[in-house]
Structures are given as structure tokens and as C-alpha cells.
Design a protein around this ligand. Structure first.
Ligand SMILES: Cc1cc2nc3c(=O)[nH]c(=O)nc-3n(C[C@H](O)[C@H](O)[C@H](O)COP(=O)(O)OP(=O)(O)OC[C@H]3O[C@@H](n4cnc5c(N)ncnc54)[C@H](O)[C@@H]3O)c2cc1C
Length: 118
């Protein structure tokens, strides 16, 4: 069984994790610092307007994640050792740990790049 580490539990990382988790070929680790459960970023405006809670923006029931074989890790990946195929994860209150992988997927989203006008 191959160990797959996915960094980022947004739509990209979460969708991949759910798809891979049904295969017996992979053990999936889903690492993200922002939230325990995938939520829809596009619905955030409704949270800010007070129409939804953050939990109501989660497209999947939490039970789906808990029942799946996905190992969800809440923490920030702070270092990547490609030759050793190893991640360093800061799990905040639980401290730092190392995690080995066979396959790494970086699904950390992006940052906006602002256009300089004039
Ligand atoms: C308010 C809002 C409205 C939007 N509306 C639309 C829309 O209408 N249509 C549209 O097409 N798009 C929209 N978008 C953009 C869309 O949400 C993003 O394109 C999409 O969420 C990107 O998904 P992703 O999985 O690639 O990354 P993200 O959703 O950004 O998820 C990446 C995750 O990785 C985590 N992460 C990053 N670095 C690390 C690290 N070192 N260690 C651990 N975790 C890490 C981040 O905390 C984050 O949770 C909107 C975005 C926002 C915020």
C-alpha cells in the first residue's frame, strides 16, 4: 500500500483524498492547517453576511470523513525533504512530527497577485 500525503484540504485536496480513499492501493493522509473539515470557500460570503454558519458550508457530512479511511491531520507542513520523502508537520498544540510518503500532492491553493495600476 502506498502512502499518499495531500497537503491542503480545499476542494482539490479533499476531492482527491475521497477518490483515492476507496482504493486499497493507497493510504491517504490529508493535512491542512485551516480547518478540520473541508468547507466551501465560495460560500464564505454567506457566512460573513450571517446567513450560514461555517459548518453549513461543509459540502459533506462530517460522518463521511470520520467513516473514511483518510487520516486527517490538522497542522501546518513547515518543511519538505524530497530526498527522504518526508514532511515536517507542526500540529500546534501536539507539537512537531515527521511523516513519510510515497506520493506527495501539494494542494495548498494560491495567493492573489495584485496588479500594480499606473
Ligand atoms: C470568498 C471566496 C469566493 C470565491 N468564489 C469563487 C467562485 O465564485 N468561483 C470560483 O471558481 N472560485 C471562487 N473562489 C476561489 C476558489 O474558492 C478557489 O479557487 C478554491 O478554493 C481553490 O481550492 P484549492 O483546493 O486549490 O485550495 P484552497 O481552497 O486554498 O485550500 C488550500 C488549503 O491548504 C492549506 N495550506 C496551505 N499551505 C499549507 C501548509 N503549508 N500546511 C498545511 N496546510 C496548508 C490552506 O490553509 C487551505 O486550507 C472563491 C474564493 C473565496 C475565498
Amino acid at each position: 500500500m502506498q502512502e499518499v500525503c495531500i497537503i491542503g484540504n480545499g476542494v482539490a485536496g479533499s476531492t482527491l483524498a475521497l477518490n483515492l480513499s476507496t482504493s486499497k492501493k493507497f493510504k491517504v493522509h490529508l493535512i491542512s492547517e485551516e480547518a478540520d473539515f473541508f468547507f466551501s470557500r465560495t460560500a464564505l460570503m454567506y457566512v460573513y453576511m450571517g446567513h450560514l454558519t461555517l459548518k453549513q458550508t461543509e459540502p459533506y457530512e462530517r460522518g463521511l470523513w470520520n467513516d473514511s479511511a483518510i487520516n486527517r491531520i490538522r497542522g501546518r507542513v513547515t518543511a519538505l525533504n524530497r530526498s527522504a520523502k518526508q514532511l515536517k508537520i507542526d500540529e500546534h498544540s501536539r507539537g512537531t512530527r515527521l511523516l513519510n510518503y510515497d506520493i506527495l500532492v501539494i494542494a495548498t491553493g494560491s495567493k492573489p497577485r495584485f496588479i500594480r495600476l499606473a
